[in-house]
Design a protein around this ligand. Structure first.
Ligand code: 5CA
Ligand code: ZN
Length: 414
């Protein structure tokens, strides 16, 4: 699929003292080094299911991992970043049926809106933007590999034969989310799983291939005509575009279980190697105390804010004012303070001279390298901007350097 295009990333003076990226890995529950020190770094971020417009929660997640992309680039790493589009799955078919529209047209329309939102928010595009539909051969191949390893079995439900991944085939299953069986089963049922389906070997076994049903789209394959389950899509796309043991799989914390647990398990069973080296998860954004989600309908859309004249950079600053791992609620006040901050920064970088910027650059780099601490990076720019407006300095280079640093490291174009 076509991704989107972004503003060029300004270059910054390199500093050998800049610390390498560390972040909190859900699997080990520790802050660990993320990516190599030199060469190329590989990241997979789970993309949208395009049945509705990008909301602030989505935007927060993609802006969070855009920081990984930016920090890696700033370290001189070459980045191979892959993002998928779940352009076939139950929620998309259900929404299309409710709206009385074609599911593929709905997916295309919402994906296009998402691209526009990402470009407006100055989120760097992935190198590979990959849909499930265009990945059918990869997905089918991976299921075949799992079947040869006895990790996939059929479940007969009258006329249909659906294929399931057996969690028991992976000795490390559960190590990412570390939930009790009871918790896992409850969450699985909430997030698209079918723990009670008759004929399964274990409640947490997940669907990998759904045999064609009348009235549903399906693709012919050696497995029989059908369509893929959710998790196998990301496992297949990640392994194909990034290879085994890539640096990071990322997404919102609602993906820890079952999604990332299943991907990790399927990847390990298929390759006998770790799937990703680390798993990063952003917090959930809510509205009035409830997680923002399409199913609850409590959504603030990026496109609606943009249409009402909100500067996307103010939205970005409102998001970056929170640590990416925190859960928080969206409010109109956040947008107002994002806009205020943007105005103050713009005023400061338009000065002819300001305080020396080397220190602010070093602080921004250190903050982001330490578990993507965007609020600390913002505080450094706030302090610089406040002091620059107040004093009369002869450091003519500094406003331009701070503007470049905000753009390159935080994605905030001033
Ligand atoms: N297509 C799958 C991933 S393969 C999916 O989860 N799609 S999604 O459209 O439901 O979500 C896209 C991304 O946004 C995921 O990383 C998800 O964790 C994140 N997300 C969804 N809701 C929120 C929210 N309220 N706050 C923060 N992130 C969210
Ligand atoms: Zn995914």
């Amino acid at each position: 699929m076509q991704a989107w295009s972004s503003r060029p990333v300004p270059s910054l003076p390199q500093s050998p003292a800049a610390p390498p990226l560390q972040a909190f890995d859900t699997a080990t529950q520790q802050v660990v080094p993320i990516g190599p020190n030199t060469g190329s770094a590989r990241m997979y971020v789970c993309g949208i299911t395009p049945y509705d417009a990008t909301h602030i929660g989505h935007a927060n997640t993609y802006v969070a991992f855009d920081l990984v992309h930016r920090v890696w680039r700033d370290r001189g790493l070459e980045v191979n970043y892959v993002q998928n589009v779940t352009d076939i799955d139950d929620p998309l078919l259900e929404r299309a049926a409710d709206l009385g529209v074609d599911w593929a047209a709905l997916a295309e329309e919402e994906t296009q809106l998402y691209r526009e939102d990402m470009a407006a928010l100055n989120v760097l595009p992935p190198q590979h933007y990959v849909g499930a539909v265009e990945s059918m051969p990869l997905i089918v191949d991976l299921i075949e590999q799992l079947r040869q390893r006895q990790a996939v079995y059929p479940v007969d439900d009258s006329d249909f034969e659906d294929l399931y991944f057996a969690q028991a085939s992976d000795a490390e299953f559960g190590s990412l989310s570390q939930l009790s069986e009871e918790e896992a089963v409850a969450i699985f049922a909430e997030r698209g799983g079918d723990p009670d389906r008759a004929g399964k070997k274990a409640p947490l076994d997940c669907l990998v291939w759904r045999h064609a049903r009348t009235g549903e789209p399906s693709w012919p394959s050696v497995l029989g005509a059908g369509r893929p389950g959710w998790h196998i899509e990301c496992t297949a796309i990640a392994l194909d575009r990034l290879g085994v043991g890539f640096d990071v799989q990322a997404g919102g914390s609602d993906l820890i279980f079952p999604h990332h647990e299943m991907c990790a398990a399927q990847g390990r069973v298929a390759t006998d190697q770790p799937f990703a080296q680390a798993y990063l998860h952003s917090g959930m954004v809510g509205l009035d105390g409830e997680k923002m989600s399409k199913s609850k309908g409590n959504l603030v859309f990026v496109s609606s804010l943009r249409a009402s004249g909100v500067d996307p950079m103010a939205i970005r600053l409102a998001l970056l004012a929170h640590h990416y791992r925190d859960d928080w609620d969206w409010t109109d006040e956040l947008l107002i303070s994002g806009q205020d901050r943007l105005d103050r920064w713009r005023e400061a970088v338009r000065l002819d001279a300001g305080l020396n910027a080397d220190e602010v650059l070093a602080t921004m780099r250190a903050a982001l390298a330490h578990d993507l601490d965007a609020p600390a990076a913002l505080a450094a720019v706030d302090a610089w901007a406040g002091a620059s407006v107040a004093i009369d300095s002869d450091d003519a280079e500094s406003p331009a350097l701070v503007a470049r640093a905000c753009d390159a490291l935080l994605g905030v174009a001033l």
